[in-house]
Every structure is written in structure tokens, then in C-alpha cells.
Write a protein that binds this ligand. Structure first.
Ligand SMILES: [Zn+2]
Length: 309
């Protein structure tokens, strides 16, 4: 077996790390994961680039492009001083841990500073997000939760007042296509209805709680049913929101169990992480990790992360 084949066969972190013996091996591994042996120019999309003598840089053959690139260009690993072996190990740990991993824990596990660990984790969360999410369809369960406190069933006007007061509690909407994908979205200034419109196909049947903010959606969607939890109603035939509530409980265990306090500024990335893990819950850890390395697109600079709004 070649070293790359051994890497692909690794079942756990220990095995994986034992084969990642140099940065060159890590790079070949990432190239294989991203391009499957056929490098593609990230600047223009052309194939068949030249490999330069340094063994890691490619030059695009397209006459109008001719740009140089390495495997990390256009990915969350770009322009980073963090060794590729750390990126790979961190990707493995973040995808494998069911409730995520804190920057403190990752710094201890990999022998890096907590600052580096924090940055690495945020970049990986960015890669976990869906770049172009498709509208959910069929039967879609919708529910909302508040990170940082209990606001359930609060009237939207009162909620807005609380938010205007600078309260840190942030509403998050969970949307789940039954037997399909789930998604978490941080609700900013837009209304609950707008968030539903942005995420759900008009041909869908919506099931929400009886929050007043969802009223009127039956005019726009195939159907809209609400479940009245305050009156003890939890399940009526196919009209229930138990699946999205299960999704929320995993999200909350991650937030409260592992990450504790989360700044509202970064919350959307934790939402992406929880959604990614939930949507890939039926595949093996190794496969989830492979998917992350195969699609590591996006950019996030440290200075953007720490920038105050
Ligand atoms: Zn090119």
C-alpha cells in the first residue's frame, strides 16, 4: 500500500497522524481530497496545470490566466502559517466530536496556542456552511430558540424591544425538511416570515409552533399548520415539530455543553457547524471528515474575526 492509500484507510486520528509524516505528505493528501488527482486552477477553472519545481506550486496553462496556485488557494487553509498536519487533525477532531470541541481542548490536543486553535476552528466552521443552500421542500418543520436566555413564546414586539436594549439573547430559527436536510439560521433584523421565505420552497407544507409571527404564511405556502405547545399539544397526525426540536436539543448541547458563551457575532458559524454535523449524522466520522477536506472553500481572515462591529 502507498502512503496515500494508508492515509485514506486510516480509521481514527492516531492512525491518520501516524501516516502524516511530513508537510509534503499532507499536501499530497489534501490535493487528492480536493481534486481527486486532477488539479484545477482556482482562478479560472482550467485543468492540467504545470507543476513547478518546488513541488507544491502549480501554474495555470490558460493563456489568459497563467496564475500560480497551491492546493490551499481559495480554501479556508489559504495564507495560514498553521501547518497542514494541524489543519487535517483539527478537521478530524471537529467533525468527529458529536458536541464540537472547544479551542482550549483543541490547543491541548494538538499542542498549539488557544488563539491559533480558536482561529482554526472558526475557519473550519466556515467551511462547514452550505455556500449556496437550496430551498427546503415537502414537509418542513420550523421552530425558533434563543441563545443566551429563555424567550420562548415572547411576542415579536417585546422581543425586538429586548434586542434593542442591547440584550445578548439572539433568536435562531431551525428549519428541517422531514427526511431531508436541516438548517439553523440566526435571525437578525428580518421577520420570522422573511427567514421562512428565504429558506423554504413555496410548494412546501409548513409546520410551526403557534407563534404569532408565523401567521399569514398559509396564504403563501401549500399549507401551514401550527402546533400549540402552550395548550399541551405536541402531536396531531403528521403535524408535529418533534424532529426540529431534536435538532435544537443537539445544537443546545453543543452550545451550552462545549462552547458555553458565544458572541452573537460568531453565532452563525456555530449554527453552520451544528447543521453540518446533524446533516451528516448517518455517515461515518471518517467520511464526514473527508467531505470537509474535499470542500474547504471560503476565506476568513483573523482580522475580520476579531473586528468589532
Ligand atoms: Zn487559471
Amino acid at each position: 500500500m502507498t502512503q496515500l492509500e494508508q492515509l485514506f484507510g486510516a480509521k481514527n486520528l492516531k492512525e491518520l497522524m501516524s501516516h502524516l509524516t511530513s508537510e509534503d505528505v499532507c499536501r499530497s493528501y489534501m490535493e487528492q481530497m480536493r481534486w481527486g488527482g486532477k488539479p484545477v486552477c482556482p482562478h479560472c477553472g482550467a485543468g492540467n496545470p504545470y507543476k513547478l519545481k518546488n513541488g507544491k506550486t502549480y501554474r495555470c496553462k490558460s493563456k489568459t490566466c497563467q496564475n500560480d496556485f497551491t492546493v490551499t488557494v481559495g480554501t479556508v487553509f489559504e495564507n495560514s502559517k498553521v501547518p497542514l498536519s494541524v489543519w487535517i487533525a483539527a478537521s478530524f477532531l471537529l467533525s468527529a466530536h458529536k458536541k464540537g470541541i472547544s479551542s482550549l481542548q483543541l490547543s491541548r490536543d494538538l499542542g498549539i496556542t488557544q488563539k491559533t486553535a480558536w482561529f482554526v476552528l472558526h475557519r473550519l466552521r466556515l467551511a462547514m456552511g452550505e455556500p449556496d443552500p437550496e430551498p427546503l421542500q415537502n414537509i418542513v418543520e420550523v421552530d425558533e430558540t434563543y441563545v443566551g436566555g429563555k424567550y420562548s413564546n415572547m411576542h415579536s414586539k417585546k422581543r425586538k424591544e429586548q434586542i434593542a436594549k442591547g440584550d445578548n439573547k439572539v433568536p435562531v430559527m431551525g428549519l428541517l425538511e422531514r427526511d431531508g436536510k436541516a438548517r439553523l439560521t440566526v435571525i437578525g433584523k428580518e421577520s420570522f416570515k422573511d427567514v421562512v421565505r428565504q429558506n423554504v420552497n413555496k410548494g412546501a407544507i409548513l409546520i410551526t409552533d403557534s407563534h404569532l409571527s408565523y401567521q399569514g404564511l398559509d396564504q403563501e405556502y401549500k399549507a401551514h399548520e401550527s402546533v400549540n405547545h402552550s395548550q399541551g399539544e405536541y402531536k396531531r397526525d403528521m403535524f408535529y415539530t418533534n424532529s426540529v426540536e431534536g435538532f435544537f436539543s443537539l445544537f443546545k448541547r453543543t452550545i451550552f455543553g462545549t462552547y458555553h458563551q458565544i458572541s452573537p457575532k460568531h453565532l452563525h458559524r456555530y449554527c453552520a457547524e451544528s447543521s453540518y454535523r446533524f446533516n451528516s449524522r448517518q455517515i461515518m466520522d471518517k467520511e464526514r471528515f473527508n467531505n470537509l477536506l474535499a470542500n474547504p472553500t471560503g476565506r476568513l481572515k483573523y482580522k475580520d474575526l476579531i473586528q468589532k462591529k
